[in-house]
Ligand binder design. Sequence first.
Ligand code: ADP
Ligand code: ASP
Ligand code: MG
Length: 454
Amino acid sequence: MIVMKFGGTSVGVPGNFDRASRLVAARTALDPVVVVSALAGVTNLLADFCRDARARPEVAGRMIERHESFAIETAVPVAAIRALLDAWVAEAGAWADRPEPITGADRDRVLSFGERLSAALFAAGLTALGAEARAVHAGEAGLVTDDRFGAAHPLPESFARVKDSLLRRPPIPVVTGFIGATLDGRVTTLGRGGSDYSAALIGAALEAEEIQIWTDTSGLLSADPRLVPEARAVPALSFAEASELAYFGAHVLHPKTLLPAMERDIPVRVLNTARPDDPGSLITPVSGPSDSPWHVKSIACKKRITAVTIVSTRMLLAHGFLARVFEVFGRHHVVVDLVTTSEVSISVTVDDTSRLEAAIAELEGIGRVEVREGLAVVAVVGEGAPQKIGLAGHLFTLLGGVGIAVEMISQGASRVNLSFVVRDEDADRAVRLLHRGLGLDVEVSVEKASRAMR
Ligand code: ADP
Ligand code: ASP
Ligand code: MG
């Protein structure tokens, strides 16, 4: 069997919805299990509903209008989503007179309407094509999680439960991405962009032959195409390469997606719903060739990063200093990305700063703490690239040539990733410059290249 996951733009644009359903219907012999995201923009709309009490009446109406007109445009009977729309009206009504933001378990239940509605639409669309399908709520199908609402972790028993409940096929299960449920049945969400992760978890549970991520680009590209129009698909990547890229900002895959696939050696393929004949990217345990003489496959970038430096002259030759620093970060649940040390200081970068303040207060007992905001991590990824003699020199000469200062460097800790920190406002320019300078652009017109250098 295979898992076919369709993202928001794949299911949320009528033409693509049609293409996506035909793609599944054409693969019934491969025994597909489908995973869908909410229609494009719907999760943002629901997040607005939670945040802004004044916007609620308008958003509540837009949700109904959007899904009803989508059903009509795609020739799906509105009856297929009637019960869910009624449930939405009841949910929205319950919040009408309450001025407070919606948080925690309530917020996850509100957000879940996006995926529940799109799964119902997609299952009805497939059935209309003659491929009998049923919509499945992932939480009800056994994807059980802890109760960290907004960023829930799947529990180990999920695998056996999902396997059991999705055993009966056909009808083709069309499973909601992004959501799960606690053991006592409250809806949870896996974090924004989490439908990719759902697909991988379901693929691992069912021991799929392949997990397909159908999206709006022809694979995992050599850079974010919004930043580098010349970016092209990387035909083959290793799990390690793709994980680093997803973690350091390649939005096309949720950072956790590859873990379940990696554990069970299931290939992940990234494909374009609008151009299904393009080969896309295949992610497996082994890395494929790179066009770049530097072995680089792709460049990712994560913005709005904060650097924390702890300076302590006492660190000089002191054992246990690093352990103390990381113990503080760990206890406050601060996730650290990059680390560099010197004899008297340690610098780390942090993406999510929501719990940083309390950690800093404690770190001040260990040494002098400096915090710098407005930074970006750029990750240059490719198997063997960090070990390639001359790469670092070449890279920093390129950046220095246009006056981009490098604030921190992390090289050699991994075989696949060389990352460094620049100021936020330099990040886009750095990615474009390196994409060209490392030989990842092909057939660049003079006009495009000069635009990229600006
Ligand atoms: P979906 O709705 O299918 O989950 P997303 O919007 O989450 O799609 O992810 C696809 C988008 O990720 C692309 O349209 C592109 O803008 C962005 N992206 C960033 N980096 C990359 C990359 N290296 N390769 C492909 N897409 C990327
Ligand atoms: N719909 C969810 C989001 O927008 C999950 C996803 O698209 O993967 O975050
Ligand atoms: Mg996505």
